[in-house]
Design a protein around this ligand. Structure first.
Ligand code: NAP
Length: 396
């Protein structure tokens, strides 16, 4: 069984995978679920012997023009390559859900052709948007795109990548991914892909909600994990990355390990807070503050992503558990700050007999009764707020 967690441990090109595993909490070390059970495994068919000559992207567009009159034209290329520039790329997207469709629009705006394949049938959507849809991954790979862009869920990526019929593709094909975690796909691709294939791991740090008004100034993280200096691979890789640059993204080159450290402390925390807020079922009020509006927006953004995505951020980033524990501790600390102060005030009144401004002065008999009541109240507070034993003794 090929457990996905293994990819945290193995770092074929000398990454920090093994150190990361050493710091993984015992829970994750004890349970190594087989993530293949989350996904339908696609059979790998026998591979074709000889690569076909590349088909220019323009031909993909022409095919649409000739295909039928009831189809909408392709997304117009608002920023096509300049005359004399390299021919447009043909990008094959695997996983054409929420994010696959979103990123396809940017690729088309830059004048490149999109081909797509997915578990579900998106042929209607594709025919309306100038994209060739392939019901099987084999059929897509037979078209030999320049770049194969993996946009499947984090949980299904291992089975999706294992099902790619590499022999049908040209040996200099670049395989890229957009997963919101990076060490896992990096190590997976290094393990599974034939050695001539290029690998670029990317994470557009935005999605259909945050990028709906354009991608300008939004961060785009990438790591050229394995790109050959000789041949076309280097130029194709630059051309692929230029899609995001020309869309105005803030290009951030960094290692996959570094990405995962930053993302756990920022993106995972954001998603977690959004998920917690969603549990509160917050409603808009007539007196919303700006801060509250921000929380409502965060809750909406979080809810628009699938739970699979959120679970992937947790399970496939070795730094996520630590952040979850930090968040837990931080919440307890804030509660201690509140209830600790309450205890101080009550203790001053009950034990040290310090009059509290505004409170009625206590006569001896009343004081004894009130003392019992206050003690009772403290323990109720402790119960209601699951005040930990440690916190209670600290406050004492
Ligand atoms: P998602 O729930 O993470 O992934 C949905 C995609 O995964 C769909 O294309 C779906 O195919 C495919 N899929 C799910 N289970 C599968 C299985 N068992 N076998 C084969 N394919 C399966 O939602 P998403 O928002 O579209 O994200 C896609 C990828 O983009 C993820 O890796 C995510 O980390 C990354 N990303 C997302 C965002 C964002 O804002 N949403 C931003 C940056 C990066 P079908 O639709 O055909 O069922």
């Amino acid at each position: 069984m090929a457990s996905s967690l293994r990819h945290f441990a193995h770092s074929p090109a000398g990454g920090s995978g093994s150190t990361a595993v050493a710091s993984t909490p015992s829970l994750l070390r004890r349970f190594s679920p087989d993530f293949c059970t989350f996904a339908d495994l696609r059979p790998i068919r026998p591979v074709a012997a000889t690569p076909k000559p590349a088909r220019p992207a323009e031909q993909e567009q022409e095919q649409y023009a000739a295909a039928g009159t009831d189809e909408e034209p392709p997304v117009p290329a608002t920023n096509p390559p300049e005359p004399g520039a390299a021919p447009a790329l043909r990008v094959g997207i695997i996983g054409f859900g929420n994010f696959g469709q979103f990123i396809a629009r940017g690729i088309q705006r830059q004048g490149h052709a999109v081909l797509a394949s997915s578990r579900s049938d998106y042929s209607d959507y594709c025919s309306a948007h100038g994209i060739r849809f392939f019901r099987s991954l084999d059929a897509l790979c037979e078209e030999q795109p320049d770049v194969l862009l993996v946009c499947s869920s984090i949980l299904s990526t291992e089975s999706v990548v294992r099902a790619i019929p590499f022999g049908k593709l040209r040996p200099d094909t670049i395989v890229a991914d957009v997963l919101s975690v990076k060490q896992f796909p990096r190590n997976l691709l290094l393990e599974i892909l034939p050695p001539e294939f290029g690998i670029v791991c990317t994470h557009p740090m935005f999605g259909p909600e945050s990028g709906k008004h354009g991608w300008n100034a939004l961060p785009f993280v990438y790591d050229k994990v394995r790109i050959a200096e000789e041949g076309d691979q280097k130029a194709k890789c630059e051309q692929f990355l230029s899609i995001f640059e020309r869309e105005g993204c803030r290009m951030e080159e960094m290692s996959c390990a570094e990405h995962d450290r930053h993302a756990a402390g920022s993106q995972f925390i954001t998603h977690t807070i959004g998920r917690v807020l969603a549990q509160l079922d917050l409603k808009s009020t007539p007196i919303n503050t700006k801060g509250y509006e921000t929380l409502l927006q965060l809750t909406k953004n979080t809810a628009s992503d699938s739970f699979d995505l959120y679970y992937g951020l947790f399970m496939y980033n070795v730094n996520a558990t630590e952040q979850m524990e930090k968040l837990d501790r931080a919440f307890e600390q804030v509660k201690q700050m509140l209830y600790g102060r309450l205890h101080d005030v009550l203790r001053k009144q009950i034990v040290e007999r310090v009059p509290v401004p505004g409170a009625p002065s206590l006569r001896p008999r009343e004081a004894r009764n009130n003392c019992a009541e206050e003690t009772n109240h403290i323990s109720q507070v402790a119960d209601v707020h699951t005040f930990s034993q440690a916190a209670f003794s600290t406050a004492k």
